[in-house]
Design a protein around this ligand. Sequence first.
Ligand code: A2P
Length: 356
Amino acid sequence: MPSLPDVAPNVAIVGATGAVGVELVRCLEERNFPLASLKLLASSRSAGRQVNFRGQALTVETLGDDSFAGVDLALFSAGSGLSKVYGPKAVAAGAVVVDNSSAFRMDPDCPLVVPEVNAGTLANHRGIVANPNCVAIIAVVPVAPLARAFGLKRLQMATYQAASGAGAAAMEELRASTQAQLEGRPFSPQVLPHPYAFNLFSHNAEVDAESGYNGEELKVIEECRRILDTPELPIGVTCIRVPVLRAHAIAMTLEFDRVVTPEEVREVLAAAPGVRVVDDRARNHFPMPSEAEGQGDVLAGRVRRDLGDPSGRSIALFVAGDQLLKGAALNAVQIAERLVPAAKPQLRSGELVGAS
Ligand code: A2P
């Protein structure tokens, strides 16, 4: 099993020109991640492109079989097909892989990690660590401490998902279609299946004909259960794409083992690592994608009793998190920080070192 050196590692990013890849580069720079070298890999379309990193111009290289020689840590974000092919090659070359795709998320040999929740599972990796689905990450950051405090019996969610989850091309399609609509020009979508400007639609993942659930919803359910280590937890979710560029929001209802008050919930959330409470009833100010954008924390608020459950055991919440940061690149870099001994001092004070 590959492990990371005590000294600063040689790092590669696969998919460095994509929506998440660009944020990976930025997170490594902003968090002062200790690295000896950084290699940027993408398709041949991007080869030769220059990217600035710590004042130096790095040249994007074409991903190939030889790309991982000398690489200690590879951060993948180029889709599950490429992860399945090149992830094992990177491990064979001696690298530890943190993979942002869905390729290995349900593989028992690959821990599925949100550092605030289950960093302890990292000890079991065999070369590949999976970075969870963006909705699953943004959901479990506030849900896990509440589940720990009160015992979770059931979780019900509806998502409001940004374009960024479908990649840089979908973000561009949202911009271009909005502009076309404002100018009264026709626009035919190429990336997403439905008109995106001034519209919303059921998530574009394939729908299972029998259950009616789409692939995104099934991932969210399976991954939340795995991260929370509650394989039987009843979870229901409806995933919707909304015309927002890069932050997801989730309306959620949590049913606990006992009667829980909104005050108790607010108290737990206020102390939870990675959560910022935004819950101002007087000003009608609650989590919004526009305020989650660019933030590492998940915003949580609208804490109130769920009046649909007269027992008093259910609480409703609204949360928002940056899909490209905590939902993807930031979580991957936080995982890398746990793996690299030299990065330990970089951990933010709010994170629970060794949480399991
Ligand atoms: P490229 O920009 O050269 O196409 P996004 O999720 O935003 O669509 O980004 C996908 C990332 O995966 C991009 O960096 C993209 O590079 C990269 N990618 C796509 N296809 C390949 C490929 N065949 N080989 C290497 N990288 C790829």
